[in-house]
Ligand binder design. Structure first.
Ligand code: MLT
Length: 391
């Protein structure tokens, strides 16, 4: 498979920039890249101030930190994200990082180039691009309205499967039973699962697992990636973590540690203190309020778009809505581009709203666009109104 010329979001940013230069008076609203708009919560800001003060005193100054992250953060993760859910994870299995994009992109370095990698289609492009750069073969598992966006077990031998739930881009989820099927398959066939749980904090439904380790046997076959970017507005702060169980059938904990020690000098002390603060009682309350704010956007978007006649998926347990593009899209398609890019162009030129074309996430994304609920209420409402007026 060939590497696409540009990274999807860089490509979109370029198109939007060109539009803005040609139309300086246009007030463009972005519901495109999943970047947050609400500020850091007070508990995090306080922790950052305190950490900055510590860095300014000889007695409390910190230089290089431990490669796997400071104990204070790893213990908070273990207690709050796992033990509180009845999941047994050891702090030695937690690797703090500068975010899930780096970890999901870098983790493939531990694989042989011969490994065959399965990804859902549509998919977060980092999994595909990083493996294509390494020359690996990719098998795509279509997720469409017909299979309710639940990927089928690969029909051929694969070594690794990337699963992201709640899903980016479709905003759909897997139930515990559906996820258990994947764990059973992975164990029966010696397959590794790379499970991206970056959006778990947005889950509202009861039977949707927050972690793959809610299925106990997953400790033998799954690595799990987490991000504070969307959970706590850390897209600019940078912090996330990855769980690499010591009980994996392939001994990756030691290997990932070796890789990180060689190529990574740890996440900044400030970011880690900021992340620790989201596990305090005030921090938890504050980030829950921000998540509720975004999920209210998602609810209104779903309701309004459905009312306009769009078919909408996702947006109930995830901050993304997967919207079927209408068949009549006025703007002509740029050469070689299908309806999702055409709808992207129409949205940008007519409504001055940025979405992400589904085709950018893979061939099964054609015919859809992704909208994020990460805007401000005001901008989101304004964007919906403009779409309604222009349709
Ligand atoms: C997205 O829009 O898919 C995400 O913001 C990208 C990311 O988290 O890297």
């Amino acid at each position: 498979m060939e590497l696409s010329g540009n990274y999807l979001f860089a490509d979109i940013a370029k198109k939007v920039q060109a539009f803005k230069e040609e139309n300086p008076e246009a007030n463009v609203i972005s519901l495109g890249i999943g970047d947050v708009t609400q500020p850091l919560c007070p508990a995090v800001v306080e922790a950052l101030h305190k950490a900055a003060d510590e860095m300014g005193q000889t007695a409390t100054f910190r230089g290089y930190g431990p490669e796997r992250g400071y104990d204070f953060l790893r213990n908070a993760i273990v207690e709050n994200d796992y033990r509180a859910r009845g999941i047994d994870i050891d702090a030695e299995e937690v690797f703090v990082s500068d975010g899930a994009k780096s970890d999901t992109g870098n983790f493939q370095e531990l694989l042989s180039d011969e490994c065959v990698v399965a990804v859902t289609d549509p998919v977060y492009p980092v999994y595909v691009d990083s493996n294509v750069m390494a020359g690996r073969r990719i098998v795509k598992l279509p997720c469409t309205a017909e299979n309710s966006f639940v990927p089928g077990i690969p029909g051929e031998r694969v070594d690794v499967v990337y699963l992201c739930y709640p899903n980016n881009p479709t905003g759909t989820t897997l139930t515990k039973d559906q996820l258990k099927k994947w764990v059973d398959y992975a164990l029966r066939n010696d397959v590794l699962i790379f499970y991206d749980a970056a959006y778990e904090a947005f889950i509202q439904s009861e039977n949707v697992p927050h972690s793959i380790y809610e299925i106990p046997e997953a400790r033998r076959c799954a690595v799990e990636f987490h991000s504070f970017s969307k959970t706590a507005g850390f897209t600019g702060v940078r912090c996330g973590y990855t769980i690499v169980p010591k009980t994996l059938n392939v001994p990756l904990n030691r290997l990932w540690s070796r890789r990180q020690c060689t190529k990574f000098n740890g996440t900044s002390y400030l970011s880690q203190r900021a992340a620790e603060a989201i596990y305090t009682p005030e921090g938890k309350k504050q980030i829950r309020a921000t998540i509720a704010y975004y999920m209210e956007n998602a609810r209104l978007m779903r309701e309004t778009l459905t009312g306009m006649g769009f078919t909408v998926y996702g947006g109930t347990d995830a901050p993304y809505l997967w919207v079927k593009t209408p068949s009549l899209t006025p703007a002509p398609a740029p050469k070689g581009e299908g309806s999702s890019w055409r709808f992207f162009d129409w949205m940008l030129h007519s409504a001055h709203v940025v979405c992400t074309p589904g085709a950018g996430f893979g061939p099964s994304g054609e015919g859809y666009v992704r909208l994020t609920a990460f805007g401000t209420h005001e901008a989101t409402m304004e964007a919906l109104q403009r779409i309604k007026n222009k349709l």
